[in-house]
Design a binder for this molecule. Structure first.
Ligand code: FPP
Length: 250
């Protein structure tokens, strides 16, 4: 959780989060199966990871698979799981060579064992890399995240490790999956939908939101630049008035 203080124009977001939507529609527009849209989505993700690192973004969080995505047809879920396994196999070395730390957030309980193993290996291999943190949300839901944080806190209170009176926002934050990372500054959602879809509910409290009609496989570094420019034009007030910000800037 960041200590919010008003920030000014033309700054780069420290933490960018993306809801990568539109792979299926991209595939049907090109007369292909949905799976081919997800493969094209991976190519886009790769390009955006590279462009974000080059731009100097500190943390990039990508929503790859939501808690609700488990309700998709089994064929699609299985092919996505296979794709994640393949992508990890192929990309971890390049991420490591580029000094990028990879982390995963989400409920791993339902994921295939081999994927869980690859995720743990990738996290261990890239731990301590400093150029950028790439967070992949797989099996993630914002409500799940809050629930698991509350459950862990309640267990500590029950076991006498924690006094209920000591529960404050910072403590709750430390028990969420995104603990230790700055709040999301900029949320991007592709695919022409205008909603949060149970993504990072706690961390998006003050995020600026960039919506685009572009389908995820067509989202490129030029459009990322447009999103970063949009962010740079926002005056972030964090509940204060514009007058207060002008005084603080003097
Ligand atoms: C949204 O398109 C995408 C997903 C549900 C998840 C998969 C995302 C990727 C494969 C891209 C990157 C992956 C990694 C590992 C970085 P949709 O299927 O909801 O599209 P639609 O709304 O057009 O049907």
């Amino acid at each position: 959780m960041s200590d919010n203080c008003a920030s000014h124009l033309n700054v780069l977001p420290r933490h960018v989060a993306i809801i990568m939507d539109g792979n299926g529609r991209w595939a049907s527009r090109h007369g292909r199966a949905r799976h081919s849209g997800h493969r094209a989505g991976v190519r886009s993700a790769r390009a955006i990871v590279e462009a974000s690192a080059k731009a100097g973004v500190e943390v990039l969080t990508l929503f790859a698979f939501s808690s609700e995505n488990w309700h998709r047809p089994a064929d699609e879920v299985n092919s996505l799981m296979r794709l994640f396994i393949e992508v990890l196999q192929r990309e971890v070395e390049a991420l490591d060579e580029n000094d990028i730390e990879l982390r995963f957030v989400g409920d791993r309980a339902q994921l295939p064992t081999i994927l869980r193993r690859r995720m743990a290996d990738a996290e261990a291999r890239t731990a301590g890399n400093t150029r950028m943190k790439l967070v992949l949300a797989i099996g993630y839901g914002g409500r799940w995240d809050m629930l698991q944080a509350v459950q862990r806190i309640a267990t500590k209170v029950r076991d006498g490790e924690l006094d209920a009176g000591a529960i404050d926002q910072k403590l709750l934050d430390r028990h969420t999956s995104m603990a230790g990372l700055p709040d999301v500054d900029l949320l991007v959602r592709t695919g022409g939908e205008y909603r949060i879809s149970n993504f990072l509910l706690w961390d998006l409290a003050y995020a600026e939101i960039f919506f685009t009609e572009t389908l995820w496989p067509d989202f490129d570094s030029a459009e990322l630049d447009a999103a970063l420019d949009f962010f740079g034009q926002r005056l972030r007030r964090f509940g204060r008035t514009s007058d207060q910000l002008e005084v603080a800037a003097d």
